[in-house]
Design a protein around this ligand. Structure first.
Ligand SMILES: [Zn+2]
Length: 59
């Protein structure tokens, strides 16, 4: 049981490294994000910003 021997990746959304988890054992090669939340944030942040900006412009 050596934790440091687990493969690691860096999440491109939060820039934090995360290590292999058992739930990813089948598709570790496809895993890019540390969590579902980060995977969902991939596009969301920018769109929300634009939406908010357009709303303020109306005032
Ligand atoms: Zn992340």
């Amino acid at each position: 049981m050596n934790k440091s021997q687990l493969p690691r990746k860096v999440c491109p959304v939060c820039m934090r490294s995360f290590s292999w988890r058992k739930k990813w054992q089948r598709d570790w090669a496809q895993v890019k994000y540390c969590s579902k939340r980060c995977a969902g944030n991939k596009h969301q942040t920018k769109n929300e910003y634009i939406h908010d900006f357009a709303g303020k412009k109306k005032l």
